[in-house]
Design a protein around this ligand. Structure first.
Ligand code: S3P
Length: 175
């Protein structure tokens, strides 16, 4: 039974790599944010707006426990998922956790053009996003580093790079 759980900062490629990897391995792909939106019939932005971050984190934890029961899946967690409650220990117990590590400049490049669906970023300008990345990475690193493995995820910028990253991932983890 395969259950790989991808963690890492927003923009680290959890969804992009996870989807491509699942396709290549013939596994199901579950994106936790997407699962939350479907189960709650609401966007992540609306959940944050209506219930605050605290409400979102409770929902996130509860639904993490649902998706981590699924078998033969690649799961992409949200960027904050490992950093609340005992989520990282729980994920480590349920599957093979992989931290997708990306230099902060590359995260910035990716996030400044993909902020509208991300409540923690959408009101920020480019400079504030960089500041947020630096501050949060420093705080979150300790949780991300608890993953069983690390994969350098800085090359996902086009189809060719995604294909190469999938191959490199499969080789690294003997899949
Ligand atoms: C968050 C990351 C988002 C989403 C929410 C909060 C975070 O997921 O769960 O906006 O705290 O880093 P992605 O990493 O998939 O963008």
């Amino acid at each position: 039974m395969t259950r790989i759980i991808l963690i890492g900062f927003m923009g680290s490629g959890k969804t992009t790599l996870g989807r491509a990897l699942a396709k290549s391995l013939g596994l199901e792909f579950i994106d936790l944010d997407n699962y939350i939106e479907l189960r709650r019939c609401k966007s992540i932005n609306s959940i944050f707006a209506e219930m605050g971050e605290e409400g979102f984190r409770t929902i996130e934890r509860n639904l993490l426990h649902e998706v981590c029961e699924f078998e033969n899946v690649i799961i992409s967690a949200g960027g904050g998922t490992p950093c609340f409650f005992d989520n990282i220990d729980y994920m480590n117990a349920q599957g093979t956790t992989v931290y997708l590590q990306v230099p902060e400049e590359r995260l910035h490049e990716r996030l400044k053009i993909a902020k509208s669906k991300r409540p923690l970023l959408k009101e920020k300008n480019d400079e504030e996003i960089m500041q947020f990345i630096k501050e949060q990475l420093e705080r979150r690193d300790v949780f991300y580093k608890k993953a069983a493995h690390t994969f350098i995820s800085d090359r996902l910028e086009d189809k060719e790079q995604i294909k190469e990253s999938v191959e490199r991932f499969r080789k690294q983890f003997d899949l």
